[in-house]
Design a protein around this ligand. Structure first.
Ligand SMILES: Nc1ncnc2c1ncn2[C@@H]1O[C@H](COP(=O)(O)OP(=O)(O)OP(=O)(O)O)[C@@H](O)[C@H]1O
Ligand SMILES: [Mg+2]
Ligand SMILES: [Zn+2]
Length: 280
Protein backbone atom coordinates (compact mmCIF):
# COMPACT_ATOMS: atom_id res chain seq x y z
CA UNK A 1 0.00 0.00 0.00
CA UNK A 2 1.46 3.35 -1.01
CA UNK A 3 2.16 5.61 1.95
CA UNK A 4 1.29 8.66 -0.16
CA UNK A 5 -2.31 7.48 -0.47
CA UNK A 6 -2.55 6.70 3.24
CA UNK A 7 -1.21 10.16 4.10
CA UNK A 8 -3.69 11.82 1.71
CA UNK A 9 -6.49 9.86 3.34
CA UNK A 10 -5.50 11.04 6.80
CA UNK A 11 -5.40 14.68 5.66
CA UNK A 12 -8.70 14.38 3.80
CA UNK A 13 -10.30 12.86 6.90
CA UNK A 14 -9.10 15.77 9.04
CA UNK A 15 -10.51 18.22 6.47
CA UNK A 16 -13.82 16.39 6.55
CA UNK A 17 -13.93 16.30 10.33
CA UNK A 18 -13.20 20.05 10.52
CA UNK A 19 -15.73 20.88 7.83
CA UNK A 20 -18.44 19.18 9.88
CA UNK A 21 -17.45 20.01 13.47
CA UNK A 22 -15.61 23.27 13.05
CA UNK A 23 -12.14 24.36 14.08
CA UNK A 24 -10.89 24.33 17.65
CA UNK A 25 -9.70 27.50 19.36
CA UNK A 26 -6.00 28.10 19.86
CA UNK A 27 -4.07 30.72 21.83
CA UNK A 28 -3.69 33.98 19.91
CA UNK A 29 -6.11 32.83 17.25
CA UNK A 30 -9.81 33.53 16.83
CA UNK A 31 -12.27 31.33 15.03
CA UNK A 32 -14.92 33.04 12.94
CA UNK A 33 -17.98 31.44 11.43
CA UNK A 34 -19.28 32.49 8.07
CA UNK A 35 -21.15 31.12 5.09
CA UNK A 36 -19.07 29.52 2.38
CA UNK A 37 -20.20 28.87 -1.14
CA UNK A 38 -19.44 25.72 -3.10
CA UNK A 39 -20.02 25.82 -6.86
CA UNK A 40 -21.32 22.29 -6.73
CA UNK A 41 -23.14 22.10 -3.40
CA UNK A 42 -24.13 25.69 -2.64
CA UNK A 43 -23.91 27.28 0.78
CA UNK A 44 -22.17 25.69 3.73
CA UNK A 45 -21.09 26.71 7.21
CA UNK A 46 -17.48 27.79 7.18
CA UNK A 47 -15.00 28.23 10.03
CA UNK A 48 -11.91 30.36 9.68
CA UNK A 49 -8.98 30.75 12.02
CA UNK A 50 -7.59 34.25 12.13
CA UNK A 51 -4.45 35.43 13.85
CA UNK A 52 -5.63 37.88 16.53
CA UNK A 53 -2.86 40.38 15.70
CA UNK A 54 -2.74 40.54 11.93
CA UNK A 55 -6.23 39.13 11.41
CA UNK A 56 -4.86 37.10 8.51
CA UNK A 57 -6.66 33.85 7.77
CA UNK A 58 -4.64 30.76 8.70
CA UNK A 59 -7.07 27.88 8.13
CA UNK A 60 -10.48 27.61 6.58
CA UNK A 61 -12.87 24.71 6.47
CA UNK A 62 -14.10 23.49 3.12
CA UNK A 63 -17.44 22.32 1.76
CA UNK A 64 -18.33 19.21 3.83
CA UNK A 65 -19.85 17.44 0.84
CA UNK A 66 -16.73 17.99 -1.24
CA UNK A 67 -14.62 16.86 1.72
CA UNK A 68 -16.69 13.68 2.00
CA UNK A 69 -16.34 13.01 -1.74
CA UNK A 70 -12.61 13.41 -1.47
CA UNK A 71 -12.36 10.93 1.40
CA UNK A 72 -14.49 8.44 -0.54
CA UNK A 73 -12.38 8.88 -3.66
CA UNK A 74 -9.12 8.21 -1.82
CA UNK A 75 -10.65 5.19 -0.07
CA UNK A 76 -11.67 3.89 -3.49
CA UNK A 77 -8.13 4.40 -4.80
CA UNK A 78 -6.71 2.52 -1.82
CA UNK A 79 -9.21 -0.26 -2.38
CA UNK A 80 -8.29 -0.49 -6.07
CA UNK A 81 -4.62 -0.61 -5.23
CA UNK A 82 -5.15 -3.40 -2.67
CA UNK A 83 -7.22 -5.38 -5.18
CA UNK A 84 -4.57 -4.95 -7.83
CA UNK A 85 -1.81 -6.10 -5.48
CA UNK A 86 -3.93 -9.09 -4.48
CA UNK A 87 -4.64 -10.05 -8.09
CA UNK A 88 -0.98 -9.82 -9.00
CA UNK A 89 -0.15 -12.11 -6.09
CA UNK A 90 -2.87 -14.56 -7.15
CA UNK A 91 -1.48 -14.59 -10.70
CA UNK A 92 2.02 -15.19 -9.40
CA UNK A 93 0.95 -18.08 -7.16
CA UNK A 94 -1.22 -19.62 -9.88
CA UNK A 95 1.72 -19.60 -12.29
CA UNK A 96 3.75 -21.55 -9.72
CA UNK A 97 0.99 -24.05 -8.89
CA UNK A 98 1.58 -26.33 -11.92
CA UNK A 99 -2.07 -26.59 -12.84
CA UNK A 100 -2.06 -28.11 -16.33
CA UNK A 101 -4.43 -26.81 -19.04
CA UNK A 102 -6.72 -29.85 -18.68
CA UNK A 103 -7.52 -28.94 -15.09
CA UNK A 104 -7.40 -25.17 -15.44
CA UNK A 105 -11.16 -24.75 -15.24
CA UNK A 106 -11.85 -27.39 -12.60
CA UNK A 107 -13.76 -26.07 -9.59
CA UNK A 108 -15.97 -27.45 -6.82
CA UNK A 109 -18.92 -25.99 -8.74
CA UNK A 110 -18.29 -28.01 -11.89
CA UNK A 111 -17.69 -31.31 -10.11
CA UNK A 112 -20.94 -33.27 -10.48
CA UNK A 113 -20.94 -36.11 -7.96
CA UNK A 114 -22.29 -39.26 -9.61
CA UNK A 115 -23.13 -40.99 -6.31
CA UNK A 116 -23.43 -40.36 -2.55
CA UNK A 117 -19.75 -41.27 -1.92
CA UNK A 118 -18.66 -38.70 -4.46
CA UNK A 119 -21.01 -36.20 -2.84
CA UNK A 120 -19.37 -36.85 0.49
CA UNK A 121 -15.88 -36.50 -1.00
CA UNK A 122 -16.86 -33.21 -2.60
CA UNK A 123 -18.16 -32.01 0.76
CA UNK A 124 -14.94 -33.04 2.53
CA UNK A 125 -12.74 -31.38 -0.10
CA UNK A 126 -14.78 -28.19 0.12
CA UNK A 127 -14.44 -28.29 3.90
CA UNK A 128 -10.69 -28.80 3.56
CA UNK A 129 -10.48 -25.65 1.43
CA UNK A 130 -13.00 -23.61 3.46
CA UNK A 131 -11.29 -24.44 6.75
CA UNK A 132 -7.84 -23.94 5.27
CA UNK A 133 -6.58 -21.75 8.10
CA UNK A 134 -7.56 -24.42 10.64
CA UNK A 135 -5.80 -27.02 8.49
CA UNK A 136 -2.70 -24.90 8.51
CA UNK A 137 -2.90 -24.51 12.27
CA UNK A 138 -3.24 -28.24 12.88
CA UNK A 139 -1.18 -29.45 9.94
CA UNK A 140 -3.74 -32.04 8.82
CA UNK A 141 -3.37 -33.44 5.32
CA UNK A 142 -5.49 -35.57 3.02
CA UNK A 143 -5.17 -38.88 1.24
CA UNK A 144 -7.21 -39.40 -1.93
CA UNK A 145 -7.24 -42.96 -3.15
CA UNK A 146 -9.24 -44.79 -5.77
CA UNK A 147 -9.82 -45.73 -9.35
CA UNK A 148 -8.94 -43.69 -12.45
CA UNK A 149 -11.07 -40.86 -13.78
CA UNK A 150 -13.07 -40.35 -10.61
CA UNK A 151 -12.05 -36.73 -10.09
CA UNK A 152 -9.22 -36.89 -7.57
CA UNK A 153 -7.16 -34.35 -9.50
CA UNK A 154 -10.24 -32.29 -10.27
CA UNK A 155 -10.95 -31.85 -6.57
CA UNK A 156 -7.30 -31.40 -5.59
CA UNK A 157 -7.00 -28.61 -8.17
CA UNK A 158 -10.17 -27.03 -6.77
CA UNK A 159 -8.59 -27.02 -3.30
CA UNK A 160 -5.34 -25.53 -4.64
CA UNK A 161 -7.22 -22.78 -6.46
CA UNK A 162 -9.28 -21.91 -3.39
CA UNK A 163 -6.21 -21.70 -1.16
CA UNK A 164 -4.51 -19.36 -3.63
CA UNK A 165 -7.52 -17.21 -4.44
CA UNK A 166 -8.92 -16.87 -0.94
CA UNK A 167 -5.74 -16.76 1.11
CA UNK A 168 -2.90 -16.01 -1.34
CA UNK A 169 -1.00 -18.92 0.16
CA UNK A 170 1.36 -20.97 -1.97
CA UNK A 171 -0.07 -24.25 -3.19
CA UNK A 172 1.68 -26.55 -5.65
CA UNK A 173 0.78 -29.75 -7.47
CA UNK A 174 3.51 -32.25 -8.22
CA UNK A 175 3.93 -35.98 -8.62
CA UNK A 176 6.21 -38.61 -7.13
CA UNK A 177 7.93 -38.91 -10.51
CA UNK A 178 8.62 -35.21 -10.70
CA UNK A 179 10.06 -35.20 -7.20
CA UNK A 180 12.31 -38.17 -7.99
CA UNK A 181 13.43 -36.52 -11.23
CA UNK A 182 14.33 -33.33 -9.34
CA UNK A 183 16.29 -35.46 -6.92
CA UNK A 184 18.17 -37.35 -9.58
CA UNK A 185 19.09 -34.06 -11.25
CA UNK A 186 21.13 -33.18 -8.18
CA UNK A 187 23.31 -36.27 -8.45
CA UNK A 188 25.44 -35.02 -11.35
CA UNK A 189 28.78 -33.64 -10.21
CA UNK A 190 28.11 -30.26 -11.82
CA UNK A 191 24.63 -29.82 -10.39
CA UNK A 192 24.13 -26.51 -8.63
CA UNK A 193 21.36 -27.95 -6.47
CA UNK A 194 21.73 -30.28 -3.51
CA UNK A 195 19.27 -32.89 -2.24
CA UNK A 196 18.51 -30.57 0.65
CA UNK A 197 17.59 -27.85 -1.85
CA UNK A 198 15.05 -30.23 -3.40
CA UNK A 199 13.57 -31.14 -0.03
CA UNK A 200 13.35 -27.46 0.87
CA UNK A 201 11.79 -26.66 -2.49
CA UNK A 202 8.95 -29.11 -1.87
CA UNK A 203 8.64 -28.21 1.79
CA UNK A 204 8.16 -24.51 1.15
CA UNK A 205 4.65 -24.37 -0.36
CA UNK A 206 1.97 -24.09 2.28
CA UNK A 207 0.01 -26.78 0.46
CA UNK A 208 1.63 -29.54 -1.59
CA UNK A 209 -0.34 -32.06 -3.64
CA UNK A 210 1.66 -35.17 -4.53
CA UNK A 211 0.03 -37.09 -7.36
CA UNK A 212 0.61 -40.62 -8.66
CA UNK A 213 1.86 -42.04 -5.42
CA UNK A 214 2.71 -45.69 -6.07
CA UNK A 215 2.78 -45.47 -9.85
CA UNK A 216 6.46 -46.13 -9.99
CA UNK A 217 7.47 -47.55 -6.72
CA UNK A 218 11.22 -47.51 -7.00
CA UNK A 219 14.10 -47.97 -4.69
CA UNK A 220 14.35 -47.54 -0.97
CA UNK A 221 16.09 -44.24 -1.50
CA UNK A 222 13.06 -43.02 -3.43
CA UNK A 223 10.81 -44.00 -0.57
CA UNK A 224 13.19 -42.12 1.73
CA UNK A 225 12.93 -38.98 -0.38
CA UNK A 226 9.15 -38.95 -0.24
CA UNK A 227 9.29 -39.61 3.46
CA UNK A 228 11.78 -36.76 3.97
CA UNK A 229 9.51 -34.31 2.17
CA UNK A 230 6.33 -35.39 3.89
CA UNK A 231 8.06 -35.48 7.26
CA UNK A 232 9.63 -32.04 6.84
CA UNK A 233 6.23 -30.68 5.88
CA UNK A 234 4.62 -32.50 8.78
CA UNK A 235 7.05 -30.95 11.23
CA UNK A 236 6.40 -27.49 9.81
CA UNK A 237 2.62 -28.02 10.04
CA UNK A 238 2.24 -27.73 6.28
CA UNK A 239 -0.62 -29.82 4.91
CA UNK A 240 0.10 -32.33 2.15
CA UNK A 241 -2.42 -34.07 -0.11
CA UNK A 242 -1.49 -37.48 -1.50
CA UNK A 243 -3.24 -38.91 -4.54
CA UNK A 244 -3.00 -42.58 -5.47
CA UNK A 245 -4.67 -45.31 -7.48
CA UNK A 246 -3.59 -47.86 -4.90
CA UNK A 247 -5.68 -49.27 -2.09
CA UNK A 248 -5.17 -48.01 1.42
CA UNK A 249 -3.20 -51.17 2.37
CA UNK A 250 -0.99 -51.10 -0.70
CA UNK A 251 -0.33 -47.37 -0.21
CA UNK A 252 0.83 -48.00 3.34
CA UNK A 253 3.24 -50.63 2.00
CA UNK A 254 4.54 -48.30 -0.69
CA UNK A 255 5.15 -45.14 1.27
CA UNK A 256 5.41 -46.69 4.69
CA UNK A 257 3.13 -46.72 7.72
CA UNK A 258 5.07 -43.77 9.14
CA UNK A 259 3.95 -41.51 6.31
CA UNK A 260 0.33 -42.61 6.51
CA UNK A 261 0.52 -42.00 10.22
CA UNK A 262 1.67 -38.43 9.68
CA UNK A 263 -1.06 -37.86 7.11
CA UNK A 264 -3.66 -38.86 9.66
CA UNK A 265 -2.39 -36.48 12.34
CA UNK A 266 -3.83 -32.98 12.85
CA UNK A 267 -7.30 -33.86 11.59
CA UNK A 268 -6.09 -35.51 8.38
CA UNK A 269 -8.72 -37.12 6.18
CA UNK A 270 -8.73 -40.10 3.90
CA UNK A 271 -11.22 -40.27 1.06
CA UNK A 272 -11.88 -43.13 -1.32
CA UNK A 273 -13.00 -42.77 -4.95
CA UNK A 274 -14.32 -46.11 -6.13
CA UNK A 275 -16.64 -45.86 -9.08
CA UNK A 276 -16.58 -45.77 -12.85
CA UNK A 277 -14.38 -43.34 -14.68
CA UNK A 278 -15.88 -40.05 -15.77
CA UNK A 279 -13.65 -40.23 -18.85
CA UNK A 280 -15.48 -41.59 -21.92
N1 LIG B 1 -17.80 -35.91 -11.02
C1 LIG B 1 -17.20 -35.20 -11.98
N2 LIG B 1 -17.76 -34.08 -12.46
C2 LIG B 1 -17.17 -33.37 -13.43
N3 LIG B 1 -16.01 -33.70 -14.00
C3 LIG B 1 -15.39 -34.80 -13.57
C4 LIG B 1 -15.93 -35.61 -12.52
N4 LIG B 1 -15.11 -36.63 -12.29
C5 LIG B 1 -14.09 -36.48 -13.14
N5 LIG B 1 -14.24 -35.39 -13.92
C6 LIG B 1 -13.39 -34.94 -15.01
O1 LIG B 1 -12.85 -36.12 -15.62
C7 LIG B 1 -11.49 -35.99 -15.92
C8 LIG B 1 -10.71 -37.01 -15.11
O2 LIG B 1 -10.74 -36.67 -13.74
P1 LIG B 1 -9.43 -36.65 -12.83
O3 LIG B 1 -8.24 -36.50 -13.68
O4 LIG B 1 -9.64 -35.67 -11.75
O5 LIG B 1 -9.49 -38.13 -12.27
P2 LIG B 1 -8.46 -38.90 -11.33
O6 LIG B 1 -9.27 -39.50 -10.27
O7 LIG B 1 -7.36 -38.00 -10.94
O8 LIG B 1 -7.96 -40.02 -12.31
P3 LIG B 1 -6.55 -40.81 -12.35
O9 LIG B 1 -6.54 -41.70 -11.14
O10 LIG B 1 -6.62 -41.57 -13.61
O11 LIG B 1 -5.48 -39.79 -12.33
C9 LIG B 1 -11.11 -34.57 -15.58
O12 LIG B 1 -11.19 -33.78 -16.73
C10 LIG B 1 -12.17 -34.15 -14.57
O13 LIG B 1 -12.42 -32.76 -14.64
MG1 LIG C 1 -5.27 -38.16 -11.37
ZN1 LIG D 1 -18.94 21.05 -2.43
Amino acid sequence: MSSVLLKSLKLAEIDLENSVNGLGRLDGVTVVESVGHCEQHGEYKKWSRKLAVLSSIKTETVCPKCAKNRVDLIKQQIDDELKQTKNLEIDRLMSLANITPRFKNCTFENYYPPNPSAEKNLRLCRAFADKWLDRLKNGGGMVMIGSPGTGKNHLAVSIVKTVIEKHQHSAVITSVNKIIREFRSTWGSNSAKSETDVINHFSTPQLLVIDEVGVQYGTNSEQMIIFEIINTRYEQMRPTILISNETRERLAEIIGERVIDRMRDGGGVEIVFNWESYRQ
